[in-house]
Design a protein around this ligand. Structure first.
Ligand code: NAD
Ligand code: ZN
Length: 378
């Protein structure tokens, strides 16, 4: 590789400050250091968590940064000590690492890892150490990944090598949204055959949760969104009923209680609102109902009546669908290649990185499921 060992100048969409459009800039990407991999990003999805950081979380120490954490690409070069990756490998950068050594990685109970940006920077949502500069300034790597850039550098503990025939403009969705929702149903809620489920929020994360409920054998899957244009898609992934909370003048939990004779067995919150999280919990049946938080928010506390839990409901959270990232993602890619998992159906728009602000706008207005941006040419 002619570029190996050298600084690469390339195009990236830089978020200079919160709430402002991203700006296409030329950035410098340093060569990978020991245990690091420099990746040419071929395609990236836009996820609501990118919008969360830009418009909602707005943490002052999290800017300037390059957003994007749902990408796929090709290894350009590797740093010293990297033995399991080679230039040309197809890869997915991971916002949750898997070092394999820490007490979390060694436990089958969790997919958290003590290494990587996430260990205690959920508020800032960025890696403090970055390989990017622009106009003489350090630019942070959002969620340790930064896929809105033609090149990025990621530690090998946060890179999954995937099947060489995987189409990168589809499997990029396994870098976040689809893995997250699908795993939340299968791994975290542990949806059971014959059960009744409710999924709140029908973006890519919620639709993937619907797909997970269906693949787990749920009998009824009630899809809930305030945007009724999402129901057709939800049907494609297996939803059996649809409810718009705005169509009712009573709480959605009451509506679901009546529809299900006492509440659902499993509910998944895929919106990122503490009010919806409470509704999702209260929609569960007493005795054994399980409610899973998937939507991302860290700004407000939530409240619930203790009796909800005392009466036997369980409230859980799910990060990246509970998948151990390096192990899980290549398997999900293979499931897609074997047609056991849908991905194409999530993609409503194909655009280029230069159109990233249009893609962000489409998500803000609820007019897309996933926009996939082509980044660097393969
Ligand atoms: P999205 O914006 O595409 O979808 C959100 C959906 O929620 C929209 O269809 C919207 O109409 C609907 N909605 C809004 N308010 C609602 C309400 N009151 N009741 C019902 N539906 C409502 O977002 P996405 O990319 O699918 O992401 C969904 C959430 O998951 C976000 O909060 C995102 O940050 C989070 N997320 C979490 C993880 C994780 O690891 N836990 C990973 C990825 C994304
Ligand atoms: Zn995401």
């Amino acid at each position: 590789m002619a570029t190996a060992g050298k600084v690469i100048k390339c195009r990236a969409a830089v978020a200079w400050e919160p709430s402002k459009p991203l700006v296409m800039e030329e950035i410098e990407v340093a060569p990978p250091q020991a245990h690091e991999i420099r990746i040419k990003i071929v395609a990236t999805g836009v996820c609501h968590t990118d919008l969360y950081h830009l418009f909602e979380g707005k943490h002052k120490d999290g800017f300037p940064c390059v957003l994007g954490h749902e990408g796929a690409g090709i290894v350009e070069s590797v740093g010293s000590e990297v033995t399991k990756f080679n230039p040309g490998d197809k890869v997915i950068p991971l916002f949750i690492s898997q070092c394999g050594q820490c007490r979390f990685c060694k436990s089958p109970k969790t997919n958290l890892c003590e290494k990587g940006w996430a260990s205690d920077r959920y508020d800032v949502m960025s890696e403090s150490d970055t390989r990017f500069t622009c106009k003489g300034k350090k630019v942070l790597q959002f969620m340790g990944t930064s896929t809105f850039s033609e090149y990025t550098v990621v530690n090998e503990i946060a890179v999954a090598k995937i099947h060489p025939s995987a189409p990168l403009d589809k499997v990029c969705l396994l870098g976040c949204g689809v893995a997250t929702g699908y795993g939340a149903a299968l791994n975290t809620a542990k949806v059971e055959p014959g059960s009744t489920c409710a999924v709140f929020g029908l973006g890519a994360v919620g639709l993937a949760a619907v797909m997970g409920c269906k693949n787990a054998g749920a009998k009824r899957i009630i899809a809930i969104d305030i945007n009724p244009t999402k129901y057709e898609k939800a049907k494609v992934f297996g939803a059996t009923e649809f409810v718009n909370p705005k169509d009712h003048n009573k709480p959605i939990s009451q509506v679901l209680y009546e529809m299900t004779n006492g509440g659902v067995d499993f509910s998944l919150e895929c919106v990122g609102s503490v009010a919806v999280m409470r509704s999702a919990l209260e929609s569960c049946v007493k005795g054994w109902g399980v409610s899973v938080l998937v939507g991302w928010t860290d700004m407000d506390d939530f409240a619930a009546r203790p009796i909800q839990l005392i009466a036997g409901r369980t409230w859980k959270g799910s990060l990246f669908g509970g998948f151990k990232s390096k192990d899980g993602v290549p398997k999900l890619v293979n499931e897609y290649l074997e047609k056991k998992l849908k991905l194409d159906e999530f993609v409503t728009h194909n655009m280029t990185l230069a159109q990233v602000n249009d893609a962000i706008q489409l998500m803000k207005t609820g007019d897309c499921i996933r926009s996939v941006l082509s980044v660097a040419l393969q």
